[in-house]
Design a protein around this ligand. Structure first.
Ligand code: AKG
Ligand code: FE2
Length: 319
């Protein structure tokens, strides 16, 4: 069993090829064996995280009827609020014990015509913001843009980890998909029905997820190759980066999209913020040549990232 690996992204600023190669090798090892990494020196300032957390607490403390006004099922583009037990990530389960708010690309200072948002595939169209939560939009969008910047720095590193030119994903990530959720997991104490946990066992469906989890609250678990659930605790100053199914498709399963879940048995509320990062929606998810061989024939039908995400969102939210 491999431990979840650390990658220190301050090396990302280094131009010298040897340290960059060493970092890419560490990333490669983690991607092949675990599919989960912790990143240090990720570049998202602490106050930006603190403000996004505070904003998300303000939103979730609204009365349920008010949150229901922006229910994700009322929007055509998978944006807005998901109530407790309204989503279900594991088909064997009865519902996820978390509530969330989901949104996509938007400039912090609104533009007349936001081309990127118009091109946002399944998520195209306006975000749906709650009324009466002062500063919420600005605070979560500020985090979003910082995390998107981090995601853009990670793609060249993943390319290098796959022994590809660092710019391999550049023309595939010009309008990169980036869907963010803020999540709230109420505590589950006493008897917990295993079919109703914070978020049921699942894989993510973009290329990779950048996940902030609340310090000192253990909830996230990763399924290892021996089918045991391993805790992925929050580590101060780090973010979790885990691979999703689009990367498994790009790499013909050389890189792992690892099954994970979250259960909050701590007795206190827990908050987390995942940002799902993918390629442009019109890009075909074609296996990288070096990941196919006679022993490892191509496993997946080639589809565009947009069709793939749309299909997965439909399955998750049922519309
Ligand atoms: O809250 C967490 O730690 C995990 C969230 C997650 O897996 C997801 O939203 O896909
Ligand atoms: Fe996930």
């Amino acid at each position: 069993m491999y431990a979840l690996s650390y990658s220190d992204l301050k090396d990302i600023a280094h131009t010298d090829a040897a340290s960059r190669r060493a970092l890419a090798d560490a990333v490669r090892d983690a991607c092949i064996h675990v599919g989960f990494l912790y990143v240090k020196n990720h570049g998202i300032p602490e106050p930006v995280i603190d403000n996004a957390l505070a904003a998300s607490k303000r939103f979730f403390s609204l009365p349920n009827e008010q949150k229901a006004e922006i229910d994700i099922r009322k929007t055509a583009n998978y944006k807005g609020y998901t109530a407790l037990l309204s989503s279900n990530n594991d088909p064997d389960n009865a519902g996820d014990m978390h509530e969330g708010f989901e949104f996509g690309w938007e400039e912090i200072r609104p533009k007349g015509f936001d081309e990127k948002r118009a091109n946002d595939g399944a998520m195209a169209g306006a975000n749906v913001w709650p009324q009466d939560v002062p500063g919420f939009r600005e605070d979560v969008l500020t985090y979003y843009h910082a995390a998107v910047d981090l995601g853009k720095k990670l793609f060249p590193l993943f390319a290098l980890a796959l022994n590809l030119p660092e710019d391999f994903f550049d023309n595939k990530t010009k309008n990169s998909a980036a869907i963010m959720r803020v999540l709230h997991y109420p505590p589950q104490t006493g008897h917990v029905d295993d079919r109703v946990i914070g978020i049921g066992a699942h894989t993510d469906f973009e290329c990779f997820t950048i996940l902030w989890q609340e310090p000192e609250i253990q909830a996230l678990q990763v399924l290892n190759t021996q089918k045991q659930w391993i805790d992925a605790p929050p580590i101060p100053g780090t973010l979790v980066v885990n691979l999703g199914d689009q990367f498994a498709r790009w790499t013909n399963d050389v890189f792992k999209s690892t099954i994970h879940r979250a259960i909050n048995r701590t007795g206190v509320r827990r908050y987390s913020i995942p940002l799902f990062f993918g390629t442009d929606y019109d890009v075909k998810l074609e296996p990288i040549t070096s990941c196919i061989s006679p022993e490892r024939p191509a496993k997946y039908e080639v589809v565009t990232a947009g069709d793939y995400v749309q299909q997965r969102l439909k399955a998750a939210y049922g519309h």
